[in-house]
Design a protein around this ligand. Sequence first.
Ligand SMILES: NC(=O)c1ccc[n+]([C@@H]2O[C@H](COP(=O)([O-])OP(=O)(O)OC[C@H]3O[C@@H](n4cnc5c(N)ncnc54)[C@H](O)[C@@H]3O)[C@@H](O)[C@H]2O)c1
Length: 309
Amino acid sequence: MDRQIGDAVSDFLAGKVIAVTGAGRGIGRAVALACAAEGASVVINDYGVSVAGEEPSSEVAQAVADEVTGLGGTAVPVADTVTTMEGGQRIVRAAVDKFGRLDGAVCVAGILRERMLFNMTEQEWDPVLATHLKGTFTVFRAAAAVMRGQRSGSLVGFTSGNHAGSVSQANYSAAKGGIVSLVRSAALGLHRYGVTANAVAPVARTRMSAGVPTQLAEIGEPEDVAPLVVYLLSDAAREVTGQVYTAVGGKIAVWNQPREVRAMYADGRWTPEQIAARLPASIGQERMPMLDQLAAMAKAAAAGDRPNA
Ligand SMILES: NC(=O)c1ccc[n+]([C@@H]2O[C@H](COP(=O)([O-])OP(=O)(O)OC[C@H]3O[C@@H](n4cnc5c(N)ncnc54)[C@H](O)[C@@H]3O)[C@@H](O)[C@H]2O)c1
């Protein structure tokens, strides 16, 4: 850590209470340590599971909570799963019971079960959606009720660049796209209560990224992602809401908002023949950037290399 907890040179989050899910490892751990270093009291949630979401252990959350307190910070561990409503409630209740309020909820917990769509089983689909998408909902739901009462708060979801599509992680991509829509809905629904909601799409060296069968074009460390999250949780970002930011190494990028780009109109209802005659030259398609990379990815896979992106 650049900065020692307890004698923080910056107090960006002084007095705030932040809950971080998946805080036992990787990016969540870096976020939790950075929040504590900036003066926040932190709820350290982690179910302590494998990359595939199996074999839970309470020691993982406890170890990071001990690390924070050992450095002079304030933390409480919650070794619960985010996949149930009760788990989400317990994470939020730990903040309120122990520290009296909740200023930020950061949903980082995640698992992977990679498979091509035509081979994917229900056992590969359901837990990935339950951990990422429902796991963000359960915590946002409980946190939003507290923050609405406080008339302030920050929700941060974790998405991925591949919410735009993925060759072999349709479950993960769908969950990450769902998180973007959930974040935008939270931003709209909670705006009047002074609560913000944003999403972060990281790329960082963790056990999860080590296992993906692609060569990541850009990669950084978990600690590179944490400052953006700290900013989004701080009073400096009270006007920032409904955004998706990439964080990788020294790069931070903002994603566009989805909107219609071109339209065509009929006098009354279109026929399929009229659409076939007009659509290609009129509104056409919006080319998927990843489609252009598929051939190179397939070639690299056939050669035994890790394909790009
Ligand atoms: N590492 C990357 O390059 C990358 C890229 C894009 C998105 N992400 C996202 O960033 C987040 C963090 O990923 P990471 O690379 O640090 O992974 P990681 O595997 O190092 O850490 C994830 C943590 O989540 C915990 N967890 C899993 N299921 C849980 C549950 N049900 N309840 C509570 N905790 C649970 C795990 O025990 C683990 O400690 C994930 O949402 C991931 O999808 C990571």
